[in-house]
Design a protein around this ligand. Structure first.
Ligand code: ATP
Length: 312
């Protein structure tokens, strides 16, 4: 859907977007409800990112609600996880659904606190620094992009309030969306419409990427949960994301083979633990979990009754 579609398409698109938004809000509510109050520790200082080294040291975590409602006993979602990510490295988290990839990522910006162990950034425990400084240092790009109903400029500027027009245009250039924006009658003043409903999925994603370029965080989390982009916009988005990940420590919840292959290292997460780690070639040669996963996902073994249209 482009900015110039007729009313029917726009309506259909808005409905879809609206439903997604509702789902999003429900998730967010659930997150907030299940979340013990996360507050700055008295005397918390600002995170100082020098190189962007990340370390999970013997980290365990359980969602409290789940233990009570489903089990009666706890099996941690993250179970004594150890994971060190070098400054500037791009790692791809892969593994079975429910294995703990998203949760691993959610612990880093401290959406939840670990139950045991510690997560550090450049040696600083994320629980010891101000949340404001922590979240300023981490950029998040998700599949479901929510733009607010303002201008394109406003939506990009959200990455760093107070940025100049030149800085905003520069971020848009890096995200490969500047030319498109300039081609619009109102350029950066174009109102994106409710939840960005007047833009295509790929355009919205690139605006969200421009936002993160402007924010310029040292650490990046990409939730690549496969989106329904056509090949052309997927390629453009993929290019922008690869550029965005340069010189940042990047953790990708990866679903696409292209991303997985391009990552510096692949980390297989299963039952909340790191079970394997290495390059694509190394892991294939080892013939373990990743090799099996890879064959299942990408080498034509199709599970009956499961749609593979999105490549999941
Ligand atoms: P997927 O590939 O399907 O996204 P994943 O590897 O990212 O899976 P997680 O989303 O981290 O796995 O889920 C790990 C486990 O934690 C699952 O059993 C899931 O049901 C559970 N879980 C995830 N989020 C919550 C939550 N907010 N409250 C309770 N349980 C949750």
């Amino acid at each position: 859907i482009t900015l110039f579609t007729g009313p029917i398409e726009t309506l259909v698109n808005s409905t879809e977007v609206f439903q997604k938004a509702i789902a999003g809000f429900r998730r967010m509510d659930e997150v907030l409800e299940s979340m013990p109050e996360i507050k700055d520790r008295p005397g918390a200082t600002d995170l100082v990112v020098r190189r962007g080294a990340i370390e999970y040291r013997d980290v365990s975590f359980s969602y409290e609600n789940r233990e009570i409602s489903e089990r009666g006993h706890a099996r941690p979602v993250i179970d004594h996880m150890n994971l060190a990510i070098a400054p500037g490295e791009t790692i791809a988290l892969v593994g079975p659904s429910g294995g703990g990839k998203s949760t691993t990522c959610a612990l880093l910006p401290r959406f939840y606190d670990v139950s045991a162990g510690a997560i550090t950034i450049d040696g600083q425990d994320v629980r010891d620094v101000t949340q404001e400084s922590l979240r300023r240092s981490i950029g998040l790009v998700q599949q479901d992009v929510y733009l607010f109903d303002g201008t394109i400029r406003d939506n990009i500027e959200y990455g760093r309030p107070g940025a100049t027009d030149e800085e905003i245009a520069d971020a848009a250039r890096k995200a490969n969306i500047h030319e498109f924006i300039e081609s619009l009658e109102d350029g950066y003043d174009t109102v994106v419409g409710e939840r960005g409903g007047r833009l295509s999925g790929g355009q919205k994603q690139r605006i969200a990427i421009a936002r993160v370029f402007l924010k310029d965080p040292a650490i990046l989390i990409l939730d690549e949960a496969t989106s329904a982009l056509d090949n052309e916009s997927e390629e453009a988005v993929q290019d922008s994301l690869e550029h965005l990940a340069e010189n940042r420590t990047t953790v990708i919840i990866a679903h696409r083979l292209s991303t997985i292959k391009h990552a510096d290292e692949i980390v297989t997460v299963e039952h909340g633990q790191v079970v394997e780690r290495g390059t694509h070639e190394e892991l294939l040669a080892r013939g373990g979990t990743y090799a099996r996963y890879y064959r299942m996902q990408f080498e034509g073994v199709r599970m009956v009754g499961k749609s593979n249209a999105t490549g999941r």
